[in-house]
Write a protein of this length. Structure first.
Length: 324
């Protein structure tokens, strides 16, 4: 698409169409005329005055060129031209995700200096479905692409939800193609988000599929505790991983998102409450295994998909048996 087509689709990149901002970009809702109707899209506009924006655009184009999976955000087209002032203009046009990001659902939004407490109505099964969706996307990127891809920036703001609350992994601006081996790696420098970065990256290790698994583990723990890895309660003596270990001594309720505690303790759950607590303990066990400090000790993402699907099946059974 041309610059002028995107300008028209976003009403001149107006504030009313603004969706959000990333490290190198601003994202707008766009409305494109197609035949007798209109198509709603998301337009990611790169800030070309920021160092790294051009390489981020190139990385995303390369990563998304040949990959297709139901749990990846679909790219529709790209634009690389000049704007009306002669400046370099680059943008990516994506399928629009009407339910927003996972971060929007998990964390209260900020309005000025005040946190707006938002009702977070993600049920236990819905969170589990999202976790399976994201793990399935990673399994595809790591093991089913012709050349393995490491996302390198997995976090709730990069998980987008469609109208049916199916999760799609997006933002491949830091993605890396990796070399084959026992653990596929990339030697290109890594920049990622605080709290989700595997510890080995901070010591100069190469990007790897197991680095994505670590980020996934932290995301999984956040999904069920409701706490960011950068929460002010965490310091050098405790992080999200060590906080989640409390669940392994029979205190799942103490670390769980209060919204989930209320759901599992409600009368509608009375016949399967024990099963739900047992299943939640297993989920935390998987999150801890994925976010292990030592890469080789982390659970493989294909096994994560299998185990989480099994837990979901147990939760949805009508009998009173516990997860095992």
């Amino acid at each position: 698409m041309s610059y002028h087509s995107l300008l028209k689709a976003t009403n001149g990149f107006s504030e009313a169409y603004f969706i959000g901002v990333g490290a190198f970009c601003s994202v707008y809702k766009g409305i494109i005329s197609e035949g007798d109707g209109e198509v709603v899209v998301a337009v990611k506009v790169l800030n070309m005055f920021k160092q790294g924006a051009a390489s981020s655009f190139l990385a995303e184009c390369q990563a998304l060129r040949n990959i297709r999976h139901r749990n990846l955000v679909k790219v529709i087209t790209a634009c690389s031209s000049g704007d009306g002032n002669g400046n370099d203009f680059k943008a990516l046009v994506y399928e629009y995700m009407p339910s927003g990001s996972l971060e929007y659902w998990l964390q209260p939004a900020l309005e000025g200096n005040q946190a707006r407490v938002m009702k977070r109505n993600l049920s236990l099964v819905r969170r589990l479905n999202i976790a399976i969706n994201v793990a399935s996307a990673l399994d595809y990127l790591h093991h089913q692409c012709e050349t393995p891809i490491v996302h390198c920036d997995l976090k709730p703001s990069n998980i987008l939800l469609d109208e049916e609350m199916v999760a799609h992994v997006g933002d491949f601006g830091l993605a890396r193609f990796v070399t084959e081996g026992p653990i596929p790696t990339s030697s290109i420098g890594i920049r990622s988000s605080t709290g989700y970065v595997p510890p080995e990256y901070g010591m100069g290790s190469e990007a790897s599929t197991l680095g994505d698994v670590y980020s996934y583990g932290i995301l999984l723990l956040e999904l069920f505790t409701g706490k960011r890895p950068t929460d002010e309660m965490f310091d050098e003596s405790m992080n999200l991983h060590s906080f989640a270990k409390i669940a392994m001594v029979g205190r799942v309720k103490d670390i769980m998102d209060p919204v989930l505690v209320e759901e599992v303790s409600s009368p509608t759950y009375h016949q399967k409450t024990a099963k739900a607590w047992a299943c939640l303990a297993l989920i935390f066990q998987i999150g801890l295994a994925c976010s292990a400090k030592v890469p080789r000790e982390r659970m493989r993402i294909g096994l994560v998909v299998t185990k989480l699907a099994s837990i979901r099946n147990k939760l949805l059974e009508t009998d009173k048996g516990e997860c095992s």
